[in-house]
Design a protein around this ligand. Structure first.
Ligand code: GRF
Length: 217
């Protein structure tokens, strides 16, 4: 039977090296995902993710405060770019800026973010990069992990799509833990995208749950 879903048109927002985005593109190229990466928006012209997009001939745009000092102009530029690419889904892959409400509203339940810890712990404003893993080690938790969640207007607080637990070992440094977690990020992000690609989940308030194929089950 032919699939009724032909994949998402994914725009990625990223500020850094872009390893999550490149894992997603790998999954698309290998046929694991049937979505298309239609473009990359970055605030950082010198980011690895831009270099990567160039190498794959994926369209990209640098949109930042230097180029668009006016906030509403900047957000309109983002929205216009998404329109231009016909994007219907957004993945944040290490994007260091808050997503404006106008974008959150237009893409309701269609924006995912990945966070390198088990939310709601070790999240929120300023919790990014090594700071997250340093906080995890300082607190002394025995498990950390990865969270993929839907983006809402509250930082790191949207409905959780998937989580993966990663153990913390006694001799971990923040760098070692970050590496162990990043590896899991690359697997879990594409799994989360697949759930939306295949239309397998619904959002019920704060919960993301599997759709039940047969109501009588
Ligand atoms: C990842 O750790 C992700 O969880 C966080 O930012 C980092 C991005 O890494 N949101 P990369 O640019 O995808 O390599």
């Amino acid at each position: 039977m032919p699939h009724k879903h032909s994949g998402l048109r994914i725009a990625a927002f990223a500020s850094g090296r872009g390893s999550n985005f490149s894992a997603i593109v790998d999954a698309i190229e290998s046929g694991e995902l049937k979505s298309k990466a239609v473009g990359v928006i970055s605030n950082n012209p010198d980011s690895g993710v831009i270099e990567f997009a160039e190498s794959k001939e994926i369209p990209y745009k640098v949109i930042n405060r230097n180029r668009y000092p006016d906030e509403s102009e900047l957000n309109n530029k983002i929205l216009d770019t998404l329109d231009e690419w016909n994007a219907n889904f957004i993945v944040l892959a290490g994007y260091m800026k808050k997503i404006d409400l106008s974008i959150v509203r237009k893409f309701k339940n269609r924006i995912l973010n990945i966070h390198p810890a088990l939310l709601p712990s070790f999240g929120g404003n300023k919790m990014y990069g090594l700071t997250v893993h340093e906080s995890v080690l300082n607190y002394g938790v025995k498990y950390s992990g990865v969270t993929v969640h839907i983006v809402t207007d509250e930082y790191d607080k949207g409905p959780i799509v998937l989580q993966q637990v990663v153990p913390v070992y006694d001799d971990d440094t923040a760098e070692i833990l970050q590496k162990r977690i990043l590896k899991e990020e690359h697997t879990i992000y594409k799994e989360a995208i697949r759930l939306f690609e295949e239309d397998l989940v619904i959002v019920l308030g704060q919960r993301v749950v599997r759709k039940r194929e047969n109501a009588e089950d």
